[in-house]
Design a protein around this ligand. Sequence first.
Ligand SMILES: Cc1cc2nc3c(=O)[nH]c(=O)nc-3n(C[C@H](O)[C@H](O)[C@H](O)COP(=O)(O)OP(=O)(O)OC[C@H]3O[C@@H](n4cnc5c(N)ncnc54)[C@H](O)[C@@H]3O)c2cc1C
Length: 580
Amino acid sequence: MSDFDEVFDLVVVGSGGGSMCAGLVMRSAGKGVLILEKTDLVGGTSARSGGVMWMPNNPFMKRDGVEDSFEKATTYLDAVLGDQKDAPGASRERRRTYLTEAPRMVDFLGSQGVKLTRVTEWPDYYDERPGGSASGRTVVAELFDANELGSWKQKLRPSFIRAPVPATLEEMLELPGLKRSWRVKMLLLKLVVRGIIAKITGKDWVAGGAALQGRMLQAAVRTGVEIRTESPVTELIVEGGVVTGVVTVKEGRPWRVGARSGVLVNAGGFAHNQQMRDRYQPGTSVKWTMAAPGDTGEMIEEMMRQGAAIAQMEERVGCQVTLPPGAEEGEFKPTAQGMTASPHAILVDQSGVRYMNEGGSYMAYCKAMLERNKVVPAVPSWCVFDNQYMRNYMLAGTMPGSKKPQRWYDEGYLKQAGTIEELARKLNMGPARLRATVERFNQFVAQNRDEDFLRGERAYDRWLGDPFNKPSETLGSITEPPFYAVPVLPGDVGTYGGVVTDEYARVLRQDGSVIPGLYATGVSTASVMGRAYPGAGSSVGPSFVWGYVAAKHAATSANVGLPGRASNVAQVQVGSLART
Ligand SMILES: Cc1cc2nc3c(=O)[nH]c(=O)nc-3n(C[C@H](O)[C@H](O)[C@H](O)COP(=O)(O)OP(=O)(O)OC[C@H]3O[C@@H](n4cnc5c(N)ncnc54)[C@H](O)[C@@H]3O)c2cc1C
């Protein structure tokens, strides 16, 4: 039997999306919980993210009269995921639990004072399929005044949303239309006023993932969840086949922490581990990821050492990026999401051929690039656009119509030419091929129907485009010189495969048996979304929900095996999930 330096009910490894949610559940059951985070900041990639959670049938949809139900969401997930027999994370039982528990979790967080709301319009990524929602099912945190965290403020990992004025993600998404819309001009005015009031009243508004994890951190600290940074977990402690604790580091020496009800791993994926990428995701690079730096995969490997089955390891939350000079080294890479789905732009492979609906989900987009690359060089592919695009839309994080850095041209990132043929030559493509591709696309624009890839047929494609471009938000001709191209790479915002867990978030062995005392959530696990990305928030959402599910299970189960406690796995009670 172990001698522990300390004992809690639940020990959580990593301060990701599900961690503090699990902490709140444990505290509301009167249990002790410790979160161990290896970096100096709390919140993981979840804090860095947009903080969007895909929460079907959520209470805010009901509030706003947007139709949804468990049955409708089930129909949708089934239509998007299909059977996916090789994706055990997306088993029918787990899908069912996800769809049952997601709205309960939203209610639970509300009861804990975590202020959430929905985004008015963010279509599901396959909204045209049965059960799809054109309004969308996304839930986000309300803007959060980080000053409310007191001394914890310095420990909150910042979001990628950095606006000169305090703005929600939804507001930010509108700003590129500034020059062309009075409504957006009024919005900017509102944001400026909000910024001035914030200065006067001493508020530090944060948005997106930082608002979400900031609010979670505030609730966690308030309810007595213990959180320690710079506390890497190096090992799971296993006794008699039961996970009873972890080894971390305290004041420079190994520190053994016991866990009466279990250990929950919420330690992210392996986006920053090139060796694991080479093994599971060849052809992808740590240089193209935007995941937070702690995403290095060692806890997945540690769970594997303890017999955990893994699945879906080749899956990533792909995110197309375009990297101007200097961007590769930066933590925040400019995304190309929406760029090639905007009017006056297309994506072509290195032979000058268009090969996908540029309006697809970022996961599907990057998969398509890697697939295409098996046949024709397509990494990078090229976003080809014209002067109309340049005038109206953002490029690699720069505002529409702004002067682009000379370095972009000099170092060959941004190609410019007077004709499509000249552009093709600069891209080492056959001029006739690229000309034919552009002409065919222009023909589709004229008839307002993309016969090759149906871009614009679903609400999500149009949402990615420009609401002011008529008749199509996403189709616009490539006709006005100069013509331009920039490279697009299949980057990502994290990996999406890991250990296999059941409908109680318990980690399973290859033979399907449970590893007692071990739970996992987030991208440390094989996702419940399998090999697809049904809607915005399909990573942070599941991380929260499975953290919630794991803690409900742990809080109501017999203790799993500490000295003097019940250690017989058969005594572990399940079935508490339906009670909340
Ligand atoms: C810019 C950007 C925007 C995004 N927007 C969205 C979005 O809006 N919605 C969405 O669903 N997804 C989004 N994603 C993807 C999403 O953020 C991640 O996939 C998700 O946050 C992963 O959550 P997690 O809880 O699994 O892990 P994380 O939130 O990454 O947390 C894991 C934590 O564990 C810590 N850790 C790792 N190993 C150890 C160890 N050995 N000991 C202790 N601690 C450890 C890490 O340091 C980290 O803090 C975005 C990603 C990025 C980069």
